[in-house]
Design a protein around this ligand. Structure first.
Ligand code: S3P
Length: 167
């Protein structure tokens, strides 16, 4: 089995499902946002506000490079913007199987509407922002995904089983 990379839009459930999946197959779990926040001792929103988005994107790429050297398999949940950089897409493909967790726009809006730690969604018209970002990213996600799993209306347990069955 190869490393399993969970990719998808903000609010698709990557962190929740990744944690459960790693437990189910008894391997390490890495979440890029959690890793970066710990390493920097700063919240993502503060990194964006104080250092800027490019600095955050460089942190993501640095982490992906570091993960290339890991010997054991692991489950990796990605920040939703990681696949946008071409360099990152190559790094992700080297890591293992990329699973696209696909959620509808309505479900995403419902899940992220109260969130204050996602800087790209703060201020202005939330629905418009989500629609624009989803439009810009959908094809990128599809291009590098090995598998697509629809998450709407499913529990994390159901999704973990579904992913395990198709791996
Ligand atoms: C981002 C997604 C976030 C986080 C940052 C930027 C994005 O992660 O990395 O706010 O560009 O889509 P989640 O996808 O875990 O929310």
């Amino acid at each position: 089995m190869k490393t399993i990379v969970l990719m998808g839009f903000m609010g698709a459930g990557k962190t929740t499902i990744g944690k459960e999946l790693a437990k189910a197959i008894n391997c390490e779990f890495v979440d890029t946002d959690v890793y970066i926040e710990k390493e920097q001792e700063k919240k993502i929103s503060d990194i964006f506000a104080e250092d800027g988005e490019e600095v955050f994107r460089d942190m993501e790429t640095t982490l992906l490079k570091r993960l290339q050297d890991k010997d054991e398999i692991f489950v990796l949940s990605l920040g939703g913007g990681i696949p946008v950089r071409k360099e990152n897409r190559t790094l992700l493909q080297n890591l293992g199987t990329i699973v696209y967790l696909k959620a509808s726009k309505e479900e995403i809006i419902r899940r992220v509407s109260k969130d204050v730690n996602r800087p790209l969604l703060q201020g202005g018209d939330l629905e418009r922002k989500i629609a624009n970002l989803m439009d810009a990213r959908e094809q990128i996600y599809k291009d590098i995904a090995h598998l697509e799993v629809s998450t709407d209306g499913k529990t994390p347990e159901q999704l973990v089983k579904e992913i395990q069955n198709i791996l």
